[in-house]
Every structure is written in structure tokens, then in C-alpha cells.
Write a protein that binds this ligand. Sequence first.
Ligand code: SF4
Ligand code: SF4
Ligand code: SF4
Ligand code: FES
Length: 951
Amino acid sequence: MVKIILNGKEMEVPDGKPLIEFLREVTHVPGFCYTEELEPYGSCRLCLVSTPRGVTTSCTLKPVEGLKVETLTDEVISMRKTALELILSDHYGDCIGPCQDACPAHSDVQGYLALIAMGKYHEAVKLMKEKYILPAVLGRVCPAFCEQACRRNLVDEPLAIRQLKRFAADYDLEHGPWMPEIPPSTGKRIAVIGGGPAGLACAYYLRTMGHEVTIFEAMPELGGMMRYGIPPYRLPRDVLDRDIATVIGTGIEVKTNTALGRDVTLEELREEYDAVFLGVGAWRSRRMGIPGEELEGVMHGIEFLRKVNMGEEVKLGERVIVVGGGNTAMDVARTALRLGAKVTVVYRRSRAEMPANEREVEEAMEEGVEFLFLTNPVRILGDGKVEEVELIKMRLREPDASGRRRPIPIEGSEFRVKADNVILAIGQYCDEDFLKNLGIKAKRGKAVVDEVTLQTNLPGVFAGGDLVLGPSTVIESIATGRKAAIMIDLYLKGKLEKAREVLLEPEKHIEEVLNDEDLYRILFDLRPYNHWKKVTEKDYEGVERKPRAKVELLDPEVRRRNFEEVEPSLTEEQVLEEAKRCMSCGCMEVFRCKLREYATLYNARQDAFEGEGNRFELDESHPFVVLDNNKCVLCGQCVRFTHEVAGEGVVDYMFRGFKTMISPPLGGTLGDAEGLFIGEMIDICPVGAITEKLPFVKPGPWKTTPVKTVCNGCSFACEMNIEVYDGILVRASSVEKSWNGHLCDVCRFARPWAEDLVQPLLNGKPVSWEEAKKFIAEREYALILTPELTNEEISFFKEFAQKRGISIGSTVEGELSTATLEDIRKAKRVLLKADPEKYPLLKLLLRDKVIVGEDYDVAILEGPAEPLEAPTLILHEGVNAAGLIRAGITGIPESKAYVVVGRTEKELKGDVLILPAGVWAAKEGTVTNALGMELKVRKALEGYSPLGLFS
Ligand code: SF4
Ligand code: SF4
Ligand code: SF4
Ligand code: FES
């Protein structure tokens, strides 16, 4: 041991080992290329630390007495950031799909589409609700920013993401909606003013953090613009009600008909509650400022929609002029049409500039709404009430500095049209005076908030939705509501200011972020590093063309006469097919990638260094592994592992300098490579350059949870993780510092831990569970156990057989090992009579040993066998053969009938009932491996147990 001074503190550290090993136990040191198992390599230049002799890589530094080391000086941070930016400058991939980036809430579109493709609709909704509420509403009214960005646009047509969302959300509502678990109350109380999308989202996410929330809503019902603005032919009220009920059902108190300023004051709320969220929307309509605006028959879009949607009588004449080109104008026009009027929309720019959704415009046209583009009202004429509107033709100027083409009137082009009503839908804003009276700063019709925290000038008062954004879409409002909830939570914990600093300059707060769960979570939630490939249609030439799923809208002639929902849902068949069109653009390792994690922490940019970039072809030739050199950081770990640890030499470096890449030797492909530890490189690779092809319709990715258990692939029972996501067994992964070190390809790709018989077999034929139970209850049989059972299950069956006087045996024969792991590690000369293909770990255990026929230190035999004089490892088929031998249950007893628990190839005479032993991943208990180690098996999911059939 030597004493060093680490970040100002004296510490004892082991000498002889690279300093990084100790540093990583106590603090953060990034790095891609160092691993304890191999000699330091020093290629990535990320593990830099500061010493009196300068900044150096800590993986190549051995501690010496009195060494002073600093790990997070400004210089070190800046040099690490530069190293990251150099790596990123030649890194070609999509961290997340462009769809996720385009969604204002950054929901995991790719992830939920993959769940939908598997028919897992509740799970899809659960994933959506990590980022937004009201999926059934959004599945109808969202303009689908994600679809506009969808990469499939470069192939044929974008995915029908909105419709897929709608199907999953409707399914979820109909089959008992997924509801979040609410943690115990924090005792903090928050007042949410406004029950529109922003307020509901803020309330929901605060509830999911355990806070007590009360929503104050001025109107008789919740929903805001969704209820009082959006017409029911776009958003049926029962859908809105049921979606809102899933929000309120989390335990939110609601006070309707309670207006701020009228029924409660902000002072009272600030006094009574720990924080306040303002989401009162933008309900003021813009005026045109033209003569005649005060005439009877002139209305404002929002007021008109509110009245109709509240069921108030609105008298319209025969001819209605709607002024505006946004979604409100479309809602007004189509609503007026349904009330029996002849409607003309007047818009001052051309159709291409219309801010309304293309879909809305098309549907309005189909229904018979007329449009006058490049036209603007000059005045409204009439004797007390509207009779005529004078319009003027407009032309568009060249784009100005802001890129917008301004419309200008064409002199002398005025003309008049007859009209009974004019409805102005030219924009809304929030009531600035109202805000100012509350003491809240407002500007240009919006509340002024801190852009990062959404806090207003009043401490503890936050704002979101239209109040902050101006008139916005439901999803944009929901996104601000969720963000405000996160910020309010931080405020209540006294961390708001720190969070703000972290979000602005994460690299200056690395230590704090890594030591504070909240700061870490919000940084990766709100500001994760991402980049995207620059692609064109050419890049997708090879992708199969497949038309987008479509629905037929209600007949325009019929729908224009009622308020029935215009758009039907896709069928389930269409949904499952459509979800398969997703190209899963985002990186499969996005949740585990070290490069992305470091780039987020160090605020690294991809474009900091301009230069030529490599473009490599993907190697997808292996059935389970993909090698993508575009994402390789040349850390060398895979190369060194496969050569020095696995002894397989599956990949090597190819070419030199800038063109260096990783490839199987001699220009081969991974598909030709032979090895038993090829998959291990997936876990070893710190980025998404080596990934697994998962056996699902779509591979996610999803953020999995590792459950540490043991593999049932062979009698070594290697320690492993089963990575689970919401009941899906996603993949196997290595456990850091496990006794076995690495996982073989049998565990990874054959997935023995994920499989079981699906039903009982009687004499080789599937039978029902009832028949199986009847057999057990009525027949005389011998019970045969297989090594697929845990020690606890073996004890249960042993006791059961004893009590019932049933003979018991197992598919295992032979003796236990006498060799320990230590014996094998120490041995130099080994007698080997077992097949490494069947027991792949042997390959790692026998590295640098000599295989001999005599004078051996240990013997390794395949069971059934007797131990030899030297320590002997006896390998049996199945994971818990040793457990059965230890329990004294071996061999097949004589009987006329058998009940076997687990899978077997053994030929048994008489009637044979084989029962599933239960999916390995659903087991809890212990097993004894061939080396005599007792190892813990842990449940990664709930499942069937064979014990129930015998109780
Ligand atoms: S390897 Fe990492 S940095 Fe690269 S695309 Fe994947 S997630 Fe992003
Ligand atoms: S193809 Fe799928 S992952 Fe890619 S952008 Fe479209 S929806 Fe997103
Ligand atoms: S492919 Fe190999 S060299 Fe490249 S980043 Fe992954 S482990 Fe490192
Ligand atoms: S240079 Fe030390 S970990 Fe890469």
C-alpha cells in the first residue's frame, strides 16, 4: 500500500495496480479502454487525471508514495471533453430515433412502437405515460410531429404513429387502464390552476412523485381547450373523459367552477400550498382592428367553439366567413358547417403557409368548406348586423430576414362577399392584465418564466402550457406541464437553482450530478446527449417499400351533418402490420452506451470538430450479433478479449490510421466466425458498435433492469443477469466480477433461461392441465426429477414422495465433483474428457493449461463418472445435477408410469407424463453447480411453478 493525496484527501491505495482501479472505487473516472482483466492500453484518453507532473491517463499510472492526484479540475474536464468531441466527430449513428426527438415530450416512440408490434398495448401506454398523459386524446388530435420527422419519409410514407398510439390507448382504456403506482405522500401540497393539458400533466407527474395536488378549474369540467375548443367530431367526449379519469384517478383533488381571482386568490394559494402551477391557457382572442368588428354577427373563434361545445345555442346565418389559417380556424369552419352554414375560410397567405394541420385542411375541404387564399378582410359592412365583408387580394413578398413571406395587399383588388356571420380565428393570447394583477410578469401575451425552470418572477409559482408558449398543441402543453412538475419537485427539495445550473452547464457540476440521484435523473431526462445520422433517400434504397396503414374517414356528405367522430380506428391486424414498418432507427445500446453518458455529463458536442467521417458497412451476417464500425470508438476491448481471454480471435483491427476498423480477420464476416464467446463482445463494447439481434418482432430498445441470477445452460451455473423490461425477458448480460467472468453464447443466444415446455405432454402428446392433474391424482407413478429444478424444489418433491410413498428418481446418474474452482485455477496439467462445445466455460477455465493424458493436476470428466484420484470435476447435463446427487435422487426407478418434472431425452417405459419445470427466469432459490458452489437463483418475472400441481 502507498499513501496518495486524492482530491486533497490522504488515502491508502494498493500499489502495483493501475491507479484507475482504485479511483473508480471512490470517484468518477471515465474511460473506454481499461479493464482489470487486461493490460492497460491507454487508447481512449478519457481517464485523464491531474498530477504535479501534468495531466496523464490514470490507467497507465501506478500509484507512488505521496502522489497528488486531482480527478475533476477544469483542465481535466476540458481535456476529457475534447477527447470525447474528437471521438464523436467520427461517430455515425442515431442515438434515438428522429421521431423521439421531434416529439415535444420526447416520448420513446421507437420503444412503444416495438411494444405495440408485440401486441403489448398496456405496456406501450405505460411507456408513453413516462413522458405524456392522455394518449387516447393525443391519438386523435396530435399533429404528430414525430411522423413529420419519421425516417420512413425517406422510404415511402411515415409510420402512422398517431393512429398506433390511438389503438393502444383505446385498448388500454377498454381493458382496465394501466395506472401508475403512487409512492407514499411527501406531505407537500401543490395547487394547480387550470385543468387543461398542462395543468393535468403537471398534476399527474407531481402525484407520481407522491405530492398532494389540487386542481382549480374555472369551468364546470376539466379539459380546458380540449373540451371547450376541440370539437367532438375530432375528440369524442367519452374518450376525453376516460383519459382524464386516468389522470385524476391517481388521487388528485379537483375543484371545478373555481376561478383564480374570482373564487380564490394567488396569495391564499401561495399561503396554503407549498407551490403553485399556473396553466390557465390563452383564452383571449386577437382582434383584427378593422371597421365593423363590433357588428352583430361578428364572433371570435374560441368563444364560438366554447359556446357550441358547452351546448349553448349559437345562432348562425346562412353564410359564414371564417378568418384565419390555423387549427382553430379549421375547427370553427367545420363546426359552423355542421350547424348548417355555408362556410368560407379567408386566409391572407397561400395554402402552403397555413399553420393548420394538412389533415385538418383536407378534411375541411372534403366536407365542403370553401377557401379564399391570399385574401384578407378590410372591413365588415352592415346595418347593425353583418351583411357583407369587403376583402382584398394579397400577394406574398420575398422572404424577409426571418424567412417568412409577408403578405401585402394588392391595391385596387378589393371585392365584396355577402355574409351573415364573420368568425375571427386569428389567434389567442393570455390576459396580460390578469397576470400583472397577480404580480406575475407578462410580455407579448405570455407569462414570463425562467426558460429552464418555468418559474415565474414569484418564487414557488411556476407556469406552463399556452400561458407560456402562446397557443400551442396539446402535446406541447403536456410537455411543459411535465417539466414544471419536475421543477416543482426540485423546488420543494431545495434543489431548483442547482438543477438550473446543471442543465445549463452540466460539465461544471459532474461530481454533484453523480452524487445526487435527482440531478442525475433530470439531466438525462431533460438534456441527454443525442446525435443523428445525416441521411438521404439513397441511404434507404434497399429498404422494402410497404404502404402506410390507412383508414377510411366517414363519408364527407354524412359527417358534415353531425358531430360523430370523423376518423375510425385502425384494426388490430393493421396495427400489428403497421408497427412492423418502423425501422427502429435509434441505437440499440442507447440505455447502456458509455459514450452517450459521458457526452451528456461533459456537455460534449458532435460538431466541435469538423472533418471527414468514415462510413462503414454494417456486418449483419451473424445470426445474433451486429457489428457497426460507424459507432466503434476503437477502444480495443473486443479485440483483446477475443484474443487474450477467449482465445478465439474472432475480430481484429483492419487497416491503419483514420481508416482503422474492427473486423473478423482476413476480411471475413462475423457470420463465418467460430467461437463460443462472440456474444460476450456485446457486453464488453462500451458503445453500440456490437449489438445483439433480439428475438422479437421489433427490438425496442427498452431500458431494462438486470436481475442477477445464474444460467441454467449447463452445470457450471454461471452468474448472469437477466435483463427484463416490464415482464419481457430481453436478454442475458454479464455480471461484473462474477466467479465465471464471462457468459458463453449458449446462455446468450439459446436463451435456456427464457424457455420451458408450454404444456404437459402425455406419451409425447400435448394434454390439458386438467388431464395432467387427473393423471397425478389417479395413477400410480414414479416421480422423476430433472436438473431444471432448484434445491428447494428438489426438497419439496423429496418430501412429497416420502409422504405419499411414491418412488422418486432423476435423470441424473454418477458422482459429485471433488475439484473446486481453486483446484482448476491452480492446475497446470489437465486430463480433459468433456466437450467444451457443451460446457463452453471450459474454454476460459482451461486457458493457458496443458491438456495431458497422465500426470495431471485435475481431471475434467463428463458424467456419469466417478471421481479419479486427482481432484475431479464431473460435468453433468443440466444445471442442478449436483443438487439432485447431493439430495440422493439419482437414477430411474422401476415403474409402470412416470411423472417427469422438466425436460428429458431419456426413454422411459410405460405411460409418461412430462410436466413443465417452470421458466428458469421465474425461479427463486438455490442450485449447486458442478464445482460444488451453492448459487442463488432469482426471479426476473412471475410465472408458473410445478409445485402447485402436487400440493
Ligand atoms: S453508440 Fe452511443 S453515442 Fe453512438 S449512436 Fe449509440 S447511443 Fe448514440
Ligand atoms: S422509422 Fe420508427 S424509429 Fe425511425 S423515425 Fe420512424 S417511427 Fe421513429
Ligand atoms: S467494437 Fe470493439 S473496439 Fe469498437 S468500441 Fe466496441 S469494443 Fe471497442
Ligand atoms: S486511456 Fe485509460 S481508460 Fe482509456
